[in-house]
Design a protein around this ligand. Structure first.
Ligand code: C2O
Length: 507
C-alpha cells in the first residue's frame, strides 16, 4: 500500500460542452475533472484548493470512510463547508474496496454545474483482470444550460412539482445541442463528440458512471454486446446484455469485444424519458452519442449504425437476476427494521419531499458529527436524524422512482416490488447484491439491509439533486458511543469551530 496525493484546484471557467457556452465549475481546469486512480489498500490525500468565490465540500462517492467519517464531505452532517479561497485536505484509506467510484461536490447544488469525476480503485486480485486488454472511463451526464442556483430557485417556486428538465446530455463531458433551439447566440452547432478508439481483436473494459443529477440512461454500443462484470464496486458473474439501464450515481463495468468489422459505431446514452417531466419529450434529444472508431478507420463521416432494439422498462434498475455477486456473502438477520415512506406534497405552499412526514432542511447547522462529539443528542425534527445500533436493516416504501444512496456502506438489496406492502417472502438472503446506490421503483418498495458497524454520521438520500434539495434525505447516526471514541484531526476541528482554515496557502 502506498500514499497517493492528489492536488485538486476548483475554479469557474467558460466551457461549451455541447456547443452552448456557460460557466462550468472545473477541477484542475477540466470537466469532468481528472480521474483519480489508486490501488486497493492505498491511503489517499486530496488537497483541495478552493479558488471559487463560494464554499465547497468534496465527497468520495461509495467509500466507507471507516474511522474517518469527518472526511466524507457532507456539509451540515460531517463537516463545515470549505470556505471560498481556502485550502483543505481529505485523508482517508481504501483498505477493502475496489472498482469504479466517483467524486463530486456535495455542497448545495454545486455538482449540477460541474465538479464531478471518476475515482478508480485497482485491485491486483480483480477476477476479471486477465479478461481485458484496455479500459475506458465513460461518464454519462444530463446537462443544463442554466446555472443550478437559478434552476433551483425556480423549482422551489414551482407548484406543478416538475423538476428542471436537462437541456442535453454528455458523454465524457461532450455532447451536441441542437442550436436552433438556442436563441441567445451562445450556441455553436456540430459540437465534437467523445471518441473511443478500439483496436481490432482487443477486449475493452468500460467503466460507466452516471454522474448526472436527474436522468437515468440506457447505455449501449451499436452491434456490440456488453458483458456486465461489476456493479458499484461489486464483481458480478458475467452477463451479456445489449442495453444497460443506469440511474443517477450508479456505476457498472462491462467488457466489450472489438470483434466487429473495422468501422465506426454509435455509442448511445438514451434518456429514460418516462421518468422526466412530460415537457422533456418536446425539448430533449432522446439520445446522447459518442463514437467508437476501430483502428485507423476515418473520423468522417459519422457512423450510420442502428441501435439495439431490446425493449426495457424505463425507470427501474437492471433485472437483479442479471447481477449475481461473484463472491456471495451469507447475510445476517436483522435486529431492527426501519420503514421510510417517501412522499411529495405542497402543503406548505411549495413542493417539498418528505421521509416519514419530515422534510430534511438544508440549513447551516453545525455538522451533526460535531454535535455528537460535543455530546448533543437532540436534533431539530427536520434534521431527520435516526440513531442506529448494531446490525439493523431498513425498508423503504415509496411512491416515486428514486436512486437512493447510502454513505459509508454498501447495502444488500433484498427485494423490490410494487405497491406499499413489503413482501418479505421475496427477500433474497442467499446471494443478494451489495451496492451503494439503487432505485426505489415508482409507487413501489425497496428492501435493503446493512450491518451497522461503521461509526459515523451517514447520509441516506435520493441522488436526484433536485429531490435532495427539497428534503429527500435522512442521516443515520451510527453507533454514537463508538463515534465519541474517535478523535477527529485538528484541521477538521478548526474548520468546525472557526469556519476558517489555512487561508493563505493558496495564491
Ligand atoms: Cu454521491 Cu451523498 O452522494
Amino acid at each position: 500500500p502506498s500514499k497517493k496525493i492528489f492536488d485538486l484546484c476548483l475554479k469557474k471557467e467558460i466551457f461549451a460542452p455541447d456547443g452552448y457556452t456557460r460557466n462550468i465549475w472545473t477541477i484542475n481546469g477540466t470537466f469532468p475533472g481528472p480521474t483519480l486512480r489508486v490501488t486497493k489498500g492505498d491511503s489517499v490525500k486530496l488537497r483541495i484548493y478552493n479558488e471559487l468565490n463560494e464554499e465547497t465540500a468534496i465527497h468520495g462517492h461509495g467509500f466507507f470512510q471507516r474511522g474517518t467519517n469527518w472526511y466524507d464531505g457532507v456539509p451540515g452532517q460531517t463537516q463545515c463547508p470549505i470556505p471560498a479561497h481556502s485550502y483543505f485536505e481529505y485523508n482517508f484509506s481504501i483498505p477493502d474496496q475496489s472498482g469504479t467510484y466517483w467524486y463530486h461536490s456535495h455542497f448545495q447544488t454545486q455538482y449540477v454545474d460541474g465538479m464531478i469525476a471518476a475515482f478508480i480503485v485497482d485491485d491486483p486480485n480483480d477476477p476479471y483482470l486477465s479478461k481485458y486488454d484496455e479500459e475506458y472511463v465513460v461518464i454519462l451526464q444530463d446537462f443544463y444550460h442554466t446555472e443550478a442556483s437559478e434552476l433551483l430557485a425556480s423549482y422551489l417556486k414551482s407548484t406543478d412539482g416538475d423538476e428542471p428538465v436537462p437541456d442535453c446530455g454528455l458523454i465524457n463531458g461532450l455532447g451536441r445541442y441542437n442550436c436552433s433551439r438556442a436563441t441567445d447566440g451562445k450556441c455553436k452547432d456540430n459540437s465534437p463528440l467523445a471518441k473511443f478508439k478500439f483496436e481490432s481483436g482487443k477486449v475493452y473494459r468500460l467503466r460507466i458512471i452516471n454522474a448526472g443529477v436527474f436522468a437515468g440512461f440506457f447505455f449501449s454500443i451499436d452491434q456490440h454486446e456488453l458483458e456486465l462484470i461489476e456493479v458499484d464496486g461489486t464483481y458480478v458473474k458475467p452477463q451479456k446484455i445489449h442495453r444497460l439501464p443506469i440511474n443517477v450515481a450508479q456505476r457498472y463495468s462491462v467488457l466489450v469485444r472489438a470483434d466487429k468489422s473495422p468501422s465506426s459505431y454509435w455509442m448511445r446514452s438514451e434518456f429514460m424519458e418516462d421518468c422526466l417531466p412530460d415537457s422533456a419529450n418536446e425539448t430533449l434529444d432522446d439520445t446522447v452519442k459518442a463514437i467508437v472508431i476501430y483502428d485507423s478507420y476515418p473520423d468522417t463521416p459519422e457512423p450510420d449504425t442502428t441501435a439495439w432494439k431490446d425493449n426495457l422498462i424505463e425507470c427501474i434498475d437492471l433485472d437483479p437476476s442479471l447481477m449475481k455477486p461473484c463472491f456471495p456473502q451469507k447475510i445476517p438477520d436483522s435486529d431492527k427494521t426501519f420503514e421510510f415512506t417517501i412522499e411529495f406534497n405542497n402543503n406548505t405552499g411549495y413542493d417539498r419531499a418528505y421521509i416519514n412526514n419530515s422534510s430534511y432542511a438544508i440549513k447551516p447547522y453545525d455538522p451533526t458529527l460535531l454535535e455528537i462529539f460535543n455530546g448533543n443528542k437532540e436534533f431539530p425534527v427536520d434534521a431527520n436524524v435516526y440513531y442506529i445500533e448494531k446490525k439493523q436493516y431498513l425498508i423503504d416504501t415509496d411512491d416515486g422512482e428514486h436512486p437512493f444512496h447510502l454513505h459509508g456502506h454498501k447495502f444488500w438489496i433484498l427485494a423490490t416490488g410494487n405497491g406499499t406492502e413489503v413482501n418479505k417472502s421475496e427477500f433474497n438472503t442467499v446471494d443478494p447484491l451489495p451496492r451503494d446506490t439503487t432505485t426505489v421503483p415508482a409507487s413501489g418498495w425497496l428492501a435493503i439491509r446493512f450491518i451497522a458497524d461503521n461509526p459515523g454520521v451517514w447520509a441516506f438520500h435520493c441522488h436526484i439533486e433536485w429531490h435532495l434539495q427539497v428534503g429527500l434525505v435522512v442521516q443515520f447516526v451510527e453507533l454514537p458511543d463508538e463515534i465519541k471514541k474517535l478523535s477527529p484531526p485538528s484541521d477538521w476541528r478548526r474548520l468546525s469551530y472557526t469556519h476558517i482554515i489555512n487561508v493563505g496557502r493558496i495564491s
